[in-house]
Ligand binder design. Structure first.
Ligand code: SAM
Length: 491
């Protein structure tokens, strides 16, 4: 750890990634599902606290140049990289601030715009109290009335079974010399040995399985940032809600859409118990006791205004984010959520024709009609549709972002990134390889897959070019119409 690290990992940059839930239109949809009115203007101001290397913040800036996006991070290596990326992509509406959230002074805070939307993704659980206080201070001063916060964190009791695993990795690593990555890797080998030896407190959870196969699936820097921060502390929702209340924020709902529909989180007996408890943090605890969620994606609002949910959802426009998808299915706590065939057929047929409003879609089936919230969970809680906010179609800014991203992260299978898509006002989740192809189509719309392969393939050997051409043809067949729909490339 460095002197300025405050116990967080500062010797290795964090990984680059993009989460579909960050899309402002997705968060808006979640608010509408909960009957809460968020009215972000097209020129909204957005802040990401702990923005890492800036990928998401810059993508959101490029997706609509009318916005102002501020990314704050205390790791100068992150901010230097984000600024270089912004310059390469010609992004003029993003400010990357090199600042420690615990030390943001009055004058620095005063210079920031008032925000419509603040993201705290992957920070709250991993930092100590002075940083959390700094976050609350910033929110109290700078989140607009009616603005929202998207805060993710490791949640109790869902994380409880993994507490021994987290503590073991952190404690073993703290004994080891050297950099964060070799220390976390060596600590995971101790976990592996103990798991093989049948240690009863290493529970067979998805996280343990993920960690044990991490050599193939998780980036070492992710593991270091996930497991090594000294002040790591999971929290019950009620405690986070109490902290947010100090900044006048109230809980609205979850960015994981199905969690906003009690029938999909709890069976009828559990729901009956939950309904005996007034809506609020204690009912949320009951839900958390019924769900296996170790990670929460909460949305808080500063001053909640209420309206009818169906009236809020009906005008939202949804567009397919995959070509010819099969009707969506979602595994939830109480089974599988899906449309019956009589609902699926007209809904999917209408979407295949083009973007549709929720109101039109839910009225298409002849018999039982889905309610607006069910419809949104199935279409936008799975990678079937994305909400399409009215607004910018600045394809040029998106092409510049995608080209800069492709130049940095290359034509490779991983990592999971996002393609800047102005029609979504955000990103379409994609592998770096797809970002590179989308960028190439944006820059050279009329070229053939063979010409693209010449630019993208790892080398110009016949086999490599043949492989790349086949991959490009397949990706274009599956994705090109979607990219046109969302303004990634010219229609
Ligand atoms: C897990 S990363 C999340 C990055 C990004 N939000 C994402 O989702 O990819 C947490 C980030 O918080 C930053 N951070 C940690 N402590 C901080 C502090 N005191 N002030 C500002 N940034 C901090 C780290 O440098 C790191 O980039």
């Amino acid at each position: 750890m460095n002197d300025w690290s405050r116990g967080y990992v500062a010797d290795e940059p964090y990984t680059v990634s993009y989460q579909a839930e960050l899309a402002p239109a997705h968060l808006d949809l979640a608010c509408r599902m909960m009957g809460a009115v968020w009215e972000p203007a097209p020129d909204m101001a957005i802040c990401e606290i702990g923005c890492g290397r800036g990928y998401a913040a810059l993508l959101l800036a490029a997706a609509d140049p009318r916005r102002t996006v501020v990314g704050i991070d205390y790791n100068p290596a992150h901010i230097a990289e984000a600024r270089a990326f912004a310059a390469e992509a010609g992004i003029g509406n993003a400010v990357l601030l090199d600042a420690d959230l615990a030390e943001l002074g009055e004058a620095e805070i005063a210079r920031l715009p008032d925000f419509d939307l603040v993201y705290g993704h992957g920070i709250w659980t991993w930092v100590g109290d002075p940083v959390r206080e700094g976050i609350i201070r910033l929110l109290r001063r700078k989140l607009k009335p009616g603005g929202i916060l998207h805060l993710t964190y490791n949640a109790l009791p869902g994380f409880a079974r993994d507490l021994p695993l987290q503590r073991l990795i952190r404690s073993v690593a703290s004994l080891l010399p050297g950099g964060s990555i070799p220390r976390v890797q060596e600590a995971i080998e101790v976990v592996r040995a103990l798991a093989d030896a049948g240690a009863v407190q290493l529970h067979d959870t998805p996280l343990l399985r993920e960690v044990l196969k991490s050599a193939d699936s998780l980036e070492p820097a992710y593991l270091a940032h996930e497991f090594l921060p000294e002040h790591w502390r999971p929290a019950f929702h009620a405690d986070v809600a109490a902290d947010m209340a100090r900044a006048q924020l109230a809980f609205v709902g979850s960015a994981t859409l199905f969690e906003n529909v009690p029938e999909l989180c709890m069976d009828p007996a559990q729901k009956a118990v939950a309904e005996r408890i007034p809506a609020g943090p204690v009912r949320e605890l009951v839900k958390d006791i019924c769900l296996t969620r170790p990670f929460r994606r909460d949305i808080f609002m500063r001053g909640v205004r209420r309206a009818d949910r169906t009236a809020l959802l009906d005008p939202v426009v949804l567009g397919l984010q995959v070509e010819a998808p099969s009707p969506p299915k979602l595994s939830v706590q109480v089974g599988t959520a899906e449309f019956g065939p009589e609902m699926a057929e007209p809904i999917m047929a209408a979407l295949a024709e083009g973007p549709q409003t929720v109101g039109r879609l839910r009225n298409l089936p002849e018999g039982r009609k889905p309610n607006a919230a069910e419809l949104c969970v199935l279409l936008c809680g799975t990678p079937t549709c994305l909400p399409m906010p009215p607004g910018s179609r600045d394809v040029a800014a998106a092409v510049r972002f995608n080209r800069a991203a492709a130049a940095r992260y290359g034509y490779v299978k991983g990592p999971r990134l996002g393609i800047c898509a102005p029609g979504a006002g955000a990103g379409i989740a994609a592998y770096a390889l797809e970002v590179a192809i989308a960028a190439d189509v944006g820059a050279f719309p009329d070229d053939t897959p063979g010409q693209r392969a010449m630019r993208l393939a790892a080398d110009t050997s016949e086999a490599s070019l043949r492989d790349a051409t086949a991959t490009i043809e397949r990706v274009l067949r599956d994705r090109l119409a979607v990219w046109r729909r969302f303004g990634v490339v010219q229609p």
